[in-house]
Design a protein around this ligand. Sequence first.
Ligand code: ARG
Length: 461
Amino acid sequence: MNQTNALWGGRFSEAVDAFVEAFTASVTFDQRMYAQDIAGSIAHATMLAKVGVLTNDERDLIITGLGKVKSKIEAGNFEWSIKREDVHMNIESELTDAIGYVGKKLHTGRSRNDQVATDIRLYLRDAIDGIQGEIRRLQRGLVGLAEREADSIMPGFTHLQTAQPITFGHHMLAWTEMLERDFERLADCRKRANSLPLGAAALAGTTYPIDREYTASLLGFERVCQNSLDAVSDRDFAIEFTSAASIMMMHLSRFSEELILWTSAQFHFIHLPDRFCTGSSIMPQKKNPDVPELVRGKSGRVFGHLIALLVLMKGQPLAYNKDNQEDKEPLFDTIDTVMGSLRAFADMMPAVTVRTDITREAARRGFATATDLADYLVKQGTPFRDAHEMVGKAVGYGVATGKDLSDMTLAEIRQFAPNANEDVFAVLTLEGSVAARDHLGGTAPNQVRKQVARWQAMLAI
Ligand code: ARG
């Protein structure tokens, strides 16, 4: 009999140091893969019975036993033990306690190395499905906002200086596009994660006549990993996921930055409902946009997880190394952070109200239609560079006299652009300016409505 409690105790003559036991255990964080671990074991046992390594009775006993273990975990009655190191050994030991010696046959023809690789892929696959659902929910909210504010004028910025008038709806649809790329990147990552490592065993495969295609079909994997060494050691899917998640958090951080600016007293463009904000313990007037600030802040930890995983993998020779246990916390925290951030945004965005009088006035004050005046002069035959110069002077005059271009008289405009006529005022209005950008991808309300319709069809709204 071995001196230790561990499932691998046969070779050991003394128990593992208590600190080392705690230091090397992963059960505190990998127990969240219990459902995937059990699903993987059920598929494995089913396959072993199919190829005659287990009897059907043994298979059934194992499957019933695993079901009991699962119920116990979900009832909160399972005692996770670091003595059993990880989720895999905790569940296997519990199974054997429950059904006796047949439980010890479950691990035939597999290793924790291919088992853990399978569990993480299953877990990530589910997580991606959940995240994609939240992306869709947020997109629906943004498209709703775009529809509501298709005609609302706001200043469009370059260099955070007023550039040209745009519609608020157009701005919301820019965010929707960014999220669509995130959705596609995740779908692409999911494809490669959806490959079965089980059967690679420790690293070289196994001597039993296993049927990996069958196991893959039971677990819904699209294909089987084709090389056992690669199967147990590959963590590309985790890196791809955190990479896609980093880009998405960068997007959410940019949205956040805009929301924070827009809710400030200086911009005052939008109103965030109180339930998404908090106050200050000292300054009674404060209402802080905590949700976007926190999402902006949380982007940093996800970028950090991407780097952590890249560095984790870069020095590892084939095949499995214990280093790989360090893949889970960055991966899980990335999933949680992305899910939480998307959820907060998806809840918050439909509740945003736009102060359209203020956004319109901000566009009016910033000489946002200067390009329109230049384009008007060009259409009359003035070369663009000359038109640019004339309008620049008119703006200088406007700054000095406190007048927007549309506030000037025709005589005033003619001081700089002698060929201007009465019809110039049509292009100097904000509404005229946005309506004129009426082509695919342009800011015209007409185009915003077309895009909204396209999104509604795509998102089945
Ligand atoms: N807890 C381990 C992990 O997360 C499971 C695989 C351990 N395999 C081994 N041979 N030590 O990677």
